[in-house]
Design a protein around this ligand. Structure first.
Ligand code: ATP
Ligand code: MG
Length: 568
């Protein structure tokens, strides 16, 4: 142990010397050694003399001998690691310290997903970066699709993610202001009420032609506006912005600002029937909420011209609108259009199905919030639409959960193995190889289960190690496998196999998720349920515990007898 440690220290000292004209220093080495081997922190008193000695020795060498030894013995230290992606976001255009207000504006029409995580985390990080505020604003002006359940689900999701907002509000609480602004646009001649049917409107938009409503005078518009609140039926009249019917940007061809919807609203029931659409609501709300920087996904880019045009006409303060790319994973759709039918048709068990990229789904799968945040920030504020591989999120997750995951044994397709000369009745196994996560006692009597996969490779005379226990030699393969203890010493080249004591196996199942869609086809094998046996200690773990099943992978305990596979 000490020799290995001395060698590590010498390598670090040599490297440090080579970076500093041949001279290294105690203090730089101490922090580097602890960085590489954090478990030495508690033994630092023993380690320091070794460091002092190494620094002394290395400083006595010529620069050439330092380089030579470094290259010969510590080549791995010389490999230049690829520059780490900058974790964090670039500075925000025009941002002033203390004066930044961002918002996360979900529509309460579904469960939050990884895309919402990206948006809300970026909103929050920028607010934090500039000592500003984040507003959670429910953009709830389409009662056809919105439900109270979703307002709650979004809050639960943000709480779980650890996204903290300073204020929460609903766009629907500002309906009087929105009506006032609509009326103002009508009075200014910048909006009109159109009673053409849908097809005519689309056709005119395509052909860049105005309709006769566009030419209507103020009286006509005011009368029609008033009639939208009682006389007109849904679809019979809409308020349109007087944009530019010949604009290259189709969004500007007299877009809809308000429409009639008779469905009761989840909060206001039937108090309102004239509802602003997305473009109108978001411009007014962002402006009156004091938002300085508003972000949305790139597919809205063309709408930004309209956003500024509306605020211009209304002479209202303009936030800065910026776009980033949508986040989704290959084969794991986030769009409500795709997700809802999957749930409704029973193809997945619910919005928390572990195959889904919803926050609930990811949580059940064992992805932790910290990993999501790191992952989102590692992608940065990008506009490019490349889909990051799900494995990137998994590998970030792995480094976070590894130190907290209990190590346990699991056996699939159990096969009996009897150790004929066993004389132990109980052993103690550490729950984690490095960290202090306690120990568990396992009762044994020489009768075990081992995985069929391993059993298949064995023959009489082979030596194997039963992990944490002893080495045995196989004495018999049929009718059942038998073995005899040889010794307990560590032998590098024999198979090391996990086992479950036959005294008290625990039956369980493991859910394994695969991508939902392959080439746009629903993957019928996207969920596998594997039967397994595990240790008694599994029963003592809380639901939600992260476990590393040795030689299998990380899983999250989802219920008493079920675990969900997280990743390798
Ligand atoms: P959907 O297609 O599911 O309806 P949406 O964009 O309409 O998506 P909202 O609930 O309105 O969903 O979105 C709230 C915020 O989250 C918006 O600012 C939106 O830009 C952002 N957002 C939604 N989906 C994603 C995504 N996949 N990646 C990044 N941001 C997203
Ligand atoms: Mg939406």
């Amino acid at each position: 142990m000490d020799d290995e440690l001395k060698s590590v220290i010498r390598g670090i000292a040599l490297l440090n010397a080579s970076e500093h004209d041949g001279k290294t220093r105690n203090d730089s080495i101490i922090s580097k050694v602890i960085g590489i081997k954090p478990e030495l922190r508690s033994r630092i008193k023993d380690v320091i003399p070794l460091i002092l000695q190494a620094v002394d020795d290395v400083n006595k060498l010529s620069v050439e001998s330092q380089k030579e030894e470094l290259a010969r013995k510590y080549a791995e230290l010389l490999i230049v690691k690829p520059k780490q992606e900058r974790i964090g976001l670039p500075p925000l255009e025009g941002a002033e310290q203390g004066n930044v207000i961002t918002r996360f504006p979900p529509e309460p029409n579904g469960y939050p997903h990884i895309g919402h995580a990206k948006a809300s985390i970026i909103d929050e990080e920028y607010a934090k970066m500039y000592g500003g505020k984040l507003i959670l604003r429910f953009d709830d002006t389409n009662p056809e699709k919105e439900r109270l359940e979703y307002y709650a689900a979004i809050k639960v999701g943000l709480d779980w993610l650890g996204v903290k907002y300073d204020l929460v509000k609903n766009t629907s609480d500002d309906m009087e202001i929105i009506y006032k602004k609509a009326k103002e646009l009508i009075d200014l001649g910048d909006a009109y009420v159109c009673t053409c049917n849908k097809d005519t409107i689309s056709k005119n938009r395509r052909e860049m032609l105005p309709c006769k409503c566009r030419a209507g005078n103020l009286d006509q518009n005011n009368t029609r506006w008033n009639k939208m609140f009682d006389k007109f039926k849904p679809g019979e009249a809409i308020v349109r912005f007087r944009g530019d019917m010949s604009s290259e940007n189709t969004v500007m061809r007299d877009p809809t600002l308000l429409r009639i919807i008779d469905e009761p609203h989840p909060i206001h029931r039937d108090k309102y029937r004239v509802w602003p659409n997305y473009d109108f609501a978001v411009a007014i709300e962002d402006s009156i909420d004091g938002i300085t920087h508003a972000f949305r996904t790139k597919e809205y880019e063309l709408r930004t011209e309209l956003y500024y045009a509306l605020l211009d006409k209304l002479n209202m303060r303009k936030p800065k609108m910026l776009e980033f790319s949508r986040l989704e994973f290959e084969g794991m759709p986030v769009s409500k259009r795709v997700l809802k039918p999957l749930v409704e048709e029973g193809k997945v068990s619910g919005f928390d199905d572990p195959r889904l990229p919803t926050l609930e789904g990811l949580r059940r799968r064992g992805i932790v919030p910290e990993a999501i945040r790191k992952f989102v920030l590692s992608l940065g504020f990008t506009k490019s639409d490349t889909m990051p591989p799900f494995e990137t999120l998994e590998s970030i997750n792995r480094t976070i959960i590894d130190p907290k995951s209990v190590r346990l044994f699991i056996v699939f397709n159990p096969v009996k193995l009897t150790v004929t000369n066993n004389n132990l009745t109980e052993i103690e196994i550490s729950n984690h190889p490095q960290n202090d996560m306690g120990k568990r006692r396992v009762e044994i009597d020489g009768s075990f289960y081992i995985p069929d996969n391993d059993a298949k490779t064995l023959k009489t005379g082979d030596e194997i190690r039963l992990l944490e226990l002893y080495n045995i030699r196989i004495t018999k393969m049929s009718p059942e496998i038998e073995g005899e203890i040889t010794d307990t010493s560590y032998k590098p080249n024999i198979p090391k196999i996990q086992w479950i004591s036959r005294k008290n196996p625990v039956n369980m199942e493991v859910l394994m998720s695969d991508v939902l869609f392959v080439n746009d086809q629903f993957n019928e094998n996207s969920l596998q349920i594997k039967q397994a046996i595990t240790e008694q200690y599994y029963l003592e773990l809380n639901v939600g515990a992260e476990i590393q099943f040795v030689r299998f992978g990380y899983c999250r305990k989802d219920s008493a007898n079920q675990a969900i596979y997280t990743h390798k």
